[in-house]
Design a protein. Structure first.
Length: 131
């Protein structure tokens, strides 16, 4: 499904989604999606931590990252908690979610002034978080 979506280069976050899809840890978690706003959930692995990443397809919203210990038990627990947090975002909005001050959470803002430069800056900021 993601590949079909990414064939259309007109979406705001096509490059980010393609990058995240290529780095996604398929052995631990299937790529998931959220309907409102339409987003994808990825799992990236650093040397010390797993990182669950929420990226929208075509809205001007930040990339959301949750950081967790790099073990299967922590991952199972984090996926359950993530479902609750995504429910909060869906039901009450991102502002309410951000005001809840989620633990082990980071967001990366997008720069839309120059698509190529914006992606490069985004990728650099993301890679700084993947530890």
């Amino acid at each position: 499904m993601l590949e079909d979506v990414l064939r259309n280069q007109k979406f705001k976050h096509s490059r980010q989604l393609r990058y995240l899809s290529n780095k996604h840890e398929r052995a631990f978690l299937k790529i998931r999606f959220v309907l409102n706003p339409f987003s994808f959930v990825f799992l990236l692995a650093g040397d010390k931590q797993f990182h669950i990443i929420l990226e929208t397809l075509d809205t001007e919203e930040a990339t959301y990252l949750w950081h967790l210990d790099k073990n299967k038990h922590a991952l199972k627990k984090a996926v359950k908690e993530l479902d609750e947090q995504l429910g909060l975002i869906r039901d009450k909005g991102r502002q309410v979610f951000l005001q809840s001050q989620p633990k082990n959470f980071t967001r990366i803002l997008h720069d839309y002034t120059d698509e190529k430069k914006g992606f490069t800056v985004w990728k650099h900021l993301l890679e700084e978080q993947i530890v």
